[in-house]
Design a protein around this ligand. Structure first.
Ligand SMILES: C[S@@+](CC[C@H](N)C(=O)[O-])C[C@H]1O[C@@H](n2cnc3c(N)ncnc32)[C@H](O)[C@@H]1O
Length: 281
């Protein structure tokens, strides 16, 4: 980890990377048997960002739940990457909207190739904060400009994952991106999290508005998985799993009953799921 302090601009889409980053740090501190993270705390220390407001709230149950959400999503994505790498050990592991997460390295099998993609200023910060690994590349891009796909070597398979990213895209943008990926990377896989309409309109709305996204009506959500079907003959929706408890149990002595209750609400009311799509070869 490099020591240089890097500033993160307030009120930008890029700033959204702070929430899951701090969440992972908090979760590793408060629920250590459930979630371990050797990077999050060090990265927080390396950034010139005022975490004091977050620190004050860290014992609040709701806030702790926010941390759990970020960490469980990270664990789910790691599970999915490792699963794909069993069949394609040299695959491209492509982190769409990477922020400052280290998911690729946490799932690294020693032979895959890790790509981290995000806006230019996020990648600049990332380059200053974390040294690039031997089998790792950081690609500055706007994911809506598909030329980033030219830089991915998918000849040994490719797993794409987006953690907390698709909420900022319109449904049409996601559909176009998925179709383009399926055309280019047959045999590939995409994993992403999404919320339902209630989740978008009630839980995400505040964050989206603070980023100047006042009209959220076109932004991506999944109310029913049928909405993800029929996009292309090359895309098949394979699994939909609960984000909070579909992969792991919420086992840690510090987890309270209210946390479990809220996890259930995430499934039922907010429809928070991890979706897996396969690109037909
Ligand atoms: C909530 S953060 C999640 C970061 C990371 N995936 C994590 O789990 O910590 C969303 C990230 O998506 C990136 N992002 C949003 N829209 C993007 C776009 N059109 N192109 C590239 N990156 C984008 C943001 O810059 C930000 O880093």
């Amino acid at each position: 980890m490099k020591s240089k302090q890097k500033h993160i601009e307030k009120g930008s889409v890029q700033e959204t990377l702070i929430i899951p980053l701090y969440g992972r740090k908090l979760c590793a501190e408060q629920f250590p048997t459930l979630y371990k993270d050797e990077y999050a705390a060090k990265i927080c220390e390396s950034i010139d960002y005022d975490f004091s407001g977050m620190e004050k709230k860290k014992n609040n149950l709701m806030y702790q739940f926010g941390g759990l959400e970020g960490a469980m999503r990270e664990k789910d994505m790691i599970w999915e990457i490792k699963d794909y790498l069993k069949a394609y050990p040299k695959a491209a592991v492509v982190n769409l909207g990477c922020g400052l997460n280290m998911t690729g390295r946490m799932a690294d099998n020693g032979t895959c190739h890790i790509y981290n993609l995000d806006f230019k200023d996020v990648i600049n910060s990332r380059n200053e904060i974390v040294s690039v690994g031997e089998r790792e590349e950081n690609i500055p891009c706007d994911l809506n400009d598909f030329s980033w796909m030219d830089q991915i070597d998918g000849s040994n398979g490719a797993i794409f994952y987006a953690a907390g990213v698709f909420h900022y895209f319109t449904i049409e943008q996601i559909r176009k991106m998925v179709i383009a990926m399926a055309d280019r990377f047959p045999g590939g896989r995409l994993v992403f999290d999404a919320v339902g309409k209630f989740g978008r309109d009630k839980l995400m709305k505040g964050t989206l508005k603070s980023l100047g996204m006042n009209d959220i009506s076109g932004l991506f959500y999944v109310e029913d998985e049928a909405e993800l079907m029929g996009w292309s003959k090359k895309v098949e929706l394979k699994t939909k799993k609960s984000y909070m408890q579909g992969y792991y149990k919420l086992d840690d002595p510090n987890i309270k009953g209210i946390h479990r209750f809220m996890a259930k609400l995430c499934d039922t009311l907010a429809k928070m799921y991890i979706y897996r799509m396969e690109f037909i070869a």
